[in-house]
Design a protein. Structure first.
Length: 184
C-alpha cells in the first residue's frame, strides 16, 4: 500500500502583513475543513507533518511559533489546528516546504509516496511545495477546500497548474479516501 502524509503548510501566522485581511477571510472558510482533514488523517493513521515559515526567527521551533501565532490578529484561526506534540514539524524559510529543509528526508524515512497538501497560501507556498513534490516523484493531492488564498483568481490558476502540470489531484477533504491507495 502507498503511504500518505498530510502536509499542513504555514498555518501558524499572526496575520499582520500587507495581505492579511484577504488571507484571513479565506482562512476563516478553510480552518473547519482543515480541522476535519486532520481528524480524518488521525483516524486513518496517516502521517501528519506541519511545515511552517520561521518568519525570520532562526531559533523558533513548534512551541515558539504556536505562541507567536496565538498572539496575533486572530487566534481563532490558530487554535483549532495547533500541531500536537510528537507530530513532525519542519521549519522553512522560503515558499516550498522542500527548499533546504529536511521534509524529503522525513517523508522517505517513513516510506511516504503520496502527499495531501493543505494550508496556505494556495498561489504561493502550496503551489511551490506541490511543484517540488512532483519533481521528487511524489504523488500529489491538494485538498481544495483546505487551502487558503490571498487572491482567488491566482489560487484558481495555481490549482489548475497543479492539476495539469504536476498531475495533482484536487479534491475536497470529504472526498479523500485514506483507505484506498489510489484515492488519496
Amino acid at each position: 500500500m502507498v503511504r500518505s502524509a498530510l502536509i499542513v503548510t504555514d498555518m501558524l501566522n499572526r496575520y499582520e502583513h500587507a495581505d492579511a485581511e484577504l488571507l484571513m477571510r479565506s482562512a476563516r472558510q478553510v480552518v473547519p475543513a482543515l480541522r476535519d482533514l486532520l481528524d480524518a488523517a488521525r483516524r486513518h493513521d496517516v502521517m501528519i507533518v506541519y511545515v511552517n515559515d520561521n518568519h525570520d526567527d532562526w531559533s523558533a521551533g513548534r512551541d515558539d511559533l504556536v505562541r507567536w501565532a496565538m498572539g496575533g490578529a486572530d487566534p481563532s484561526l490558530i487554535e483549532p489546528i495547533i500541531p500536537e506534540p510528537g507530530f513532525p514539524f519542519v521549519v522553512k524559510a522560503r515558499h516550498s516546504g522542500f527548499y533546504e529543509t529536511q521534509l524529503d528526508y522525513v517523508l522517505r524515512r517513513h516510506e511516504v509516496r503520496r502527499l495531501v497538501l493543505a494550508g496556505q497560501v494556495t498561489e504561493q507556498c502550496i503551489l511551490y511545495t506541490a511543484l517540488d513534490a512532483y519533481v521528487r516523484h511524489y504523488e500529489v493531492t491538494v485538498a481544495g477546500d483546505a487551502v487558503a488564498h490571498i487572491h482567488r483568481d491566482l489560487a484558481d490558476a495555481a490549482l489548475e497548474m497543479m492539476a495539469r502540470n504536476m498531475r495533482a489531484r484536487v479534491v475536497t477533504g470529504a472526498d479523500l479516501d485514506w483507505t484506498d491507495p489510489g484515492a488519496a
